[in-house]
Design a protein around this ligand. Structure first.
Ligand SMILES: [Zn+2]
Ligand SMILES: [Zn+2]
Length: 341
């Protein structure tokens, strides 16, 4: 089968073609696995982190890609969940031990033996992949393959961050940062908590305008004070300032959920502005989001179908994977990028 593989960590600034097109043997599904013929694989920022070594794969060569949509072509001898031809999705969560405290409580994203698709196991930048059937999800009919792929990452993580706020309908929600993830979260929040008011903090006037179009009752700059105190805030930015500024807007006992894999170092000194009585006292909480558990992917796909969330996509061929990654690195973004096989 055709696959685009990463052979070693490299700097995309120096090596513009980090992935190599190779022919690999078609994988054979284990007992509880399914063989999936890939039709589309989303291109994610995390692939840049893998290529450049910020979240390095343990082995090379490796097939990247963790927003995979395809059809079941073969089932292992003890795999009975899907029929041949079923359309399934595979997300970042590839497998977990199944026995530890975290797995048993449904937080297998925190499992010590968590494996990531396209990093710890071969992913979707290839014609086929195998996965445990319990870690594949039926894709709702409403989505095309290309529309479904980007939902499997940002959408599912956005859903988890909303879930971790513990918000109840009618409570005030803040969003600081209003990029792709923020757009998804506001749609989910408006649908699931129709009586909650959403307050958005964003740097650009354009983003603030868009936030209001999507149903925010108020939109201000990152350091602005919201007109009402907030029960929870979700941060989707890569920096520190929004964290400090969001904390001051929380009610007593309010919660800040940070939806970021890593924070940049550039404005770290902003943390020195942290004033205990203003920002932390009165039992305010801070919680980070560490990717997704299976529950998040399954529940989010259902919710996305209900709301009819349809991402804008830009398609590339498998062979154009390097081009798609480079454009992502250079922030040439016209909708979510996907590889169509
Ligand atoms: Zn991703
Ligand atoms: Zn576990």
């Amino acid at each position: 089968m055709k696959a685009m593989v990463l052979n070693k960590i490299c700097n995309l600034g120096e090596n513009k073609e980090p992935l190599e097109l190779v022919n690999l043997p078609k994988p054979v599904p284990g007992e509880r696995e399914i063989l999936v013929r890939v039709s589309v694989c989303g291109v994610c920022h995390t692939e840049l982190d893998e290529i450049e070594g910020r979240t390095p794969p343990p082995r090379f060569p490796v097939v990247l890609g963790h927003q995979v949509v395809g059809r079941v072509e073969k089932c292992g001898s003890k795999a009975g969940k899907f029929k041949i031809g079923d359309r399934v999705g595979i997300a970042w969560i590839y497998s977990a031990c199944g026995n530890c405290k975290f797995c048993l409580e449904g937080n297998e994203n925190l499992c010590e033996y968590f494996k990531a698709t396209g990093r710890d196991a071969n992913g979707g930048y290839a014609e086929y992949l195998t996965v445990l059937e319990d870690f594949a999800f039926i894709i709702p009919d409403i989505f095309t393959d290309s529309e479904a792929a980007p939902l499997l990452c940002a959408g599912a993580i956005g859903y988890r961050s909303l879930r971790l706020t513990d918000i109840e309908d009618g409570q005030n929600l803040g969003l600081t940062g209003f990029g792709a993830s923020g757009h998804l979260v506001i749609k989910m929040a408006r649908h699931r908590y129709p009586n909650s008011k959403v307050f958005v903090f964003a740097r650009s006037e354009q983003e603030r305008k868009f936030a209001k179009e999507l149903g925010a009752v108020w939109a201000g700059d990152t350091e602005d004070e919201s007109p009402e105190k907030l029960d929870c805030v979700i941060d989707t930015t890569p920096v520190w300032k929004p964290i400090v500024e969001a904390l001051k807007n929380l009610k007593s006992g309010g919660r800040l959920v940070i939806n970021a894999i890593r924070k940049e170092e550039i404005d770290k000194e902003y943390l020195l502005k942290l004033d205990y009585p203003t920002h932390l006292w009165r039992e305010k909480e801070i919680k980070s989001v560490a990717n997704v558990a299976r529950r998040d992917v399954g529940e989010f796909l259902k919710l996305a179908a209900e709301i009819a969330i349809k991402p804008e996509v830009q398609e590339f061929s498998l062979e154009e994977a390097n081009k798609a990654l480079l454009e992502l690195k250079e922030r040439k973004i016209r909708g979510a990028k996907v590889l169509r096989l």
